[in-house]
Design a binder for this molecule. Structure first.
Ligand code: ADP
Length: 515
């Protein structure tokens, strides 16, 4: 029966051989024998596992091989041997060195081996690797202390213990910093002193401990009182502490001072509310202005109408002097109407009342529509306007009347700020996927440091109030608002005495393929 042939022949094996097999195969412990001089005479599997040395490497080597150099220098390897020789058996613990140089904490029993005549023939050694146990012991020994020191030195959190009745049992630096009590002033006192009167009135402190005891934990944010009576906004966690039997020992309490954070949050909230109020006020102002300008226009139009009736002589004959006066009234009426129209326009935009219907706008068409309106103005001042379509079919995705309104604004300005005999060029092209309308004049130009201001409402650059030209300073503000609302922009370049260039950028019209 070949399957039963392996292993030891139980019938013939001597007890010594069996014992030897047992020891050699033992993996949990290092078991080996030293000769009387301390050289390794036998080696087992456990010794190899623990030390990393094979039997061939270990046999014949002196026991000092396994000790750290400083222990060897201190005579350590011989000490347990001598002690064992004297008493028969010693137990000790200490560092040992593995073949790879790493150390482990060994628990070793050394036994003196004597022959029948009592002569010392060697030593038996049984060793166990206790590194793990030592580690745990160290952690237990040093851990709580280290932990205590850590808690002690934490400054941002008050960390302290309460006994079961809520008396302060420990105190850290953070608690002192936050609450203003030194440990000796507060330990032993009830934690009720940290609560404001309104919370004491309904016994909040006791309630908190009850909840913590019942549910294991209590969390809260609220006002607490410092030693000097001032209040701080606290975030509080109370945890019940129980022993292994479940008996309540007391409470751990962690408190954070969130006063600053709360103030920041409140400020942010206030800012947001103010911004919302400001926006609402702005909107209301816009709505009011829009309504007002609308109401002003009606009587003003009536004035214009009656002035015309009189000027035409329908109400009876008009003297030359009267005709001149009526013409002045008419001019003033139109000026006022212009201002009111601007105001109405601007306030409607600001109040978000303007609707945009975006479509494909052929820029050549815009030119055709605007041209008859501005050419007369230019002619009046002997200014020549050149209309240039650089890209055939240039088209924007925009609201055509708004584009025209912007272009009229830019061109009336160009005429207004260009001296007689000057020239203006209007061009349309496509650039980097955008439709571009440009109005270049050879006029007075704008001071570089005022360039950014001219788009602000009611700004008229470079003129004292007395010499202010006719206008409201709203034209460019309106134009840029409109341009941006359509997904475009309005920008300016200018040099004093050389002229200005206003560029209206608009999203290009969708191509047929995209549509
Ligand atoms: P308004 O023309 O009613 O004063 P705008 O908003 O249209 O208001 O223009 C604001 C100011 O920008 C003008 O008062 C003028 O100082 C300056 N400005 C506008 N266009 C030009 C231009 N083409 N050349 C020089 N200055 C200009």
């Amino acid at each position: 029966m070949s399957s039963c042939n392996s292993g030891v022949d139980r019938q013939s094996a001597a007890p010594e051989a069996l014992l030897r097999l047992l020891v050699e195969g033992q993996r949990e412990q290092a078991m080996f024998v030293l000769d009387a001089d301390g050289h390794v005479a036998t080696w087992n599997a456990g010794a190899e596992l623990m030390s990393g040395y094979t039997a061939e490497e270990a046999l014949g080597r002196h026991i000092s091989l396994f000790y750290p150099p400083e222990d060897v220098a201190a005579g350590e390897p011989e000490r347990p041997l001598a002690a064992a020789a004297e008493t028969g058996r010693v137990e000790d613990e200490g560092w040992r060195v593995r073949r790879d140089g790493s150390r482990f904490w060994a628990g070793v029993v050394t036994t003196a081996l004597r022959d029948a005549s009592g002569r010392l023939v060697g030593y038996g050694k049984v060793a166990r690797d206790l590194s793990q146990r030592r580690f745990v012991q160290e952690a237990l020994h040093e851990g709580p202390e280290r932990f205590r020191l850590l808690v002690q030195s934490v400054k941002d959190y008050a960390i302290f213990m309460l006994d079961r009745e809520g008396r302060v049992a420990s105190w850290n630096e953070g608690a002192e910093a936050i609450k203003g009590y030194a440990a000796e002033q507060i330990v032993g006192e009830s934690f009720r002193v940290f609560y404001p009167p309104e919370d004491l009135a309904w016994d909040k402190p006791a309630t908190e401990l009850e909840v913590a005891a019942r549910e294991g934990r209590f969390e809260d944010e609220g006002w607490r009182v410092r030693r000097d009576g001032s209040r701080f906004w606290a975030s509080v966690t109370i945890a019940a502490i129980r022993n292994e039997e479940g008996e309540l020992l007391g409470f751990g309490k962690v408190t954070r001072d969130l006063t600053e954070r709360r103030a920041l949050q409140e400020r942010a909230l206030l800012d947001a509310r103010r911004a919302a109020e400001a926006e609402a006020a702005n909107r209301a102002k816009g709505e009011f202005l829009a309504a007002l300008s609308h109401e002003l226009r009606t009587p003003l139009n009536a004035i214009g109408g009656y002035v015309d009736l009189m000027a035409l002589g329908i109400r009876g004959p008009v003297t030359e002097e009267q005709a001149a006066d009526l013409a002045r009234v008419r001019r003033s009426q139109q000026h006022l109407l212009g201002i009111i129209n601007d105001l109405l326009n601007f306030s409607r935009i600001e109040a978000g009342q303007v609707r945009y219907s975006l479509e494909t706008v052929q820029l050549a068409q815009v030119f055709d529509d605007v041209r008859p309106l501005v050419e007369p103005l230019a002619l009046n001042k002997a200014i020549e306007i050149e209309w240039r379509i650089c890209d055939e079919g240039a088209a924007a995705h925009a609201d055509a009347p708004k584009v025209e309104q912007i272009l009229i604004n830019l061109l009336t300005n160009a005429v207004k700020f260009t001296d007689p005999g000057g020239g203006i060029t209007v061009s349309a092209r496509m650039d980097e996927g955008r439709a571009v309308l440009m109005v270049e004049d050879t006029g007075i130009g704008i001071e570089p440091d005022r360039l950014a201001d001219i788009f602000e409402p009611f700004v008229q650059v470079g003129r004292s109030l007395a010499s202010a030209h006719e206008g409201t300073g709203l034209g460019l503000a309106i134009s840029r608002d409109l341009a941006r609302a359509m997904g475009g922009d309005l920008v300016v370049e200018s040099s004093l005495a050389e002229g200005s260039t206003f560029t209206l950028l608009l999203p290009r019209a969708e191509t047929a393929a995209e549509a």
